[in-house]
Design a binder for this molecule. Structure first.
Ligand code: UDP
Ligand code: MG
Length: 363
């Protein structure tokens, strides 16, 4: 892999149908790179080397403040990921911080834990995976877009040839389905993005448990832009999203953004009622003409088809009821166990306090 990509040229484009930026920014921003990690002991030393090189290049060229840093979130790893993070933080205390969640809370919650903890201390946050699949040098182009006045900059994969055929197919289907169901997502964008302070503030006001950041972030508004990059293969370790988990994530994404599936169930019910009415007329006609023995095949097909549709309808409705169940319990999204290096959990504490104050003001 090429780690010296400083002079790469990245294609950028404003997001369609979004308003242009208001003004160019002039102040040098503090940047925090948030990296969620689950069992990434093999990838972390390599990815840290690369992310540190990007950070240092941005600092030396005066594009970001010298206070900028990298924050690793250990999402309940069972290998030595936390030990790696601790040693990185002790080698370069001011540039690296680490948060350890007490149990695996999931990729999206790990990202939120990182974002919430730094929200009060940074001007911009970039979230990126720990496996170097997303080209870290694209952060340079993202910061340039931020300086032009954009609040949200999406890292978009120019192609997905490094993914397996099955994964690529499922991802394509998912984006198309989301589009069909009316949810606004950015095609071929995952969770590699830059967000300005005010975009982060807005994001932190979304309190839902079923988090699907790819759907929420486009809803925030502000001026939004894209940076295209080529997705590489995982630098080391194994994917944490095998097909089964990816499928669950996709279903979660769809059901947290659109109630259209339930409406489709309703419409299907109406269509089936009409068909049943037609069959009733047919059966009556057969009965009156004395041919009631025939029709076994059609009966079997109808029974199986109707049972299938009914079960599917129940499943879809259940999916939404399950979501309501999870939301009303209002459980915390993650628990912090430890922090290291740049003290980051102070941010979480202050945010939680602010939230409590808000709840007291408007019960
Ligand atoms: N990850 C995490 N918690 C999880 C699953 C994944 O923090 O429960 C992290 C993982 O360590 C990686 C990123 O999320 O940094 C994306 O995971 P992965 O690269 O395995 O997904 P893929 O790129 O294969 O879809
Ligand atoms: Mg990956």
């Amino acid at each position: 892999m090429d780690y010296s990509g400083e002079d790469h040229i990245y294609l950028t484009a404003p997001l369609d149908s979004h308003r242009p930026p208001m003004v160019r920014r002039t102040e040098i921003p503090v940047l925090c790179i948030v990296v969620p990690c689950l069992n990434e002991e093999a990838a972390l030393p390599l990815s840290h080397r690369c992310l540190a090189a990007v950070l240092s290049s941005l600092k030396t060229t005066g594009r970001i403040s010298a206070d900028s840093y990298i924050l690793y979130i250990d999402d309940g790893s069972t290998d030595s990921t936390w030990e790696v993070i601790t040693s990185l933080a002790s080698n370069c205390v001011s540039d690296v911080g680490g948060l350890r969640l007490s149990v695996n809370a999931g990729h999206q919650n790990a990202l939120v834990a990182g974002i919430e903890s730094v929200a009060d201390y940074t001007d911009i946050v970039v979230t990126i995976d720990a496996d170097l699949q997303d080209d870290p040098w694209a952060i340079v182009a993202m910061v340039e877009e931020y300086m032009k006045g954009y609040d949200i900059v999406y890292g978009v994969r120019a192609d997905r040839t490094s993914d397996s055929h099955a994964k690529r197919g499922l991802a394509h289907l998912h984006y198309k389905l989301m589009e069909l169901l009316g949810a606004r997502t950015v095609y071929n964008h995952s969770d590699y993005r830059l967000m300005s302070h005010r975009a982060i503030e807005s994001l932190c006001s979304y309190e839902e448990r079923n988090l699907y950041l790819r759907g929420i972030v486009p809803m925030l508004g502000f001026a939004q832009s894209k940076v295209y990059f080529t997705r590489a293969r995982r630098v080391a370790g194994k994917t944490k999203y095998p097909l089964g988990r990816m499928f669950n994530f996709a279903v979660d994404g769809i059901t947290s953004f659109s109630v259209r599936p339930v409406r489709m169930v309703f419409v299907t019910g109406i269509i089936f009622l009409l068909v049943a009415f037609a069959i009733l007329i047919y059966v009556l006609a057969r009965y009156l003409s004395g041919h009631t023995i025939e029709g076994w095949s059609s009966l079997m097909i109808s029974v199986w088809l109707c049972s299938g549709v009914l079960l599917m309808a129940l499943g879809i409705t259940g999916e939404y009821i399950g979501k309501i169940y999870t939301e009303v319990k209002h459980r915390p999204r993650y628990h912090l166990e430890q922090s290291v290096g740049r003290v980051a959990d102070a941010g979480v504490a202050s945010r939680q306090k602010r939230r409590q104050n808000l709840q007291q003001q408007c019960p």
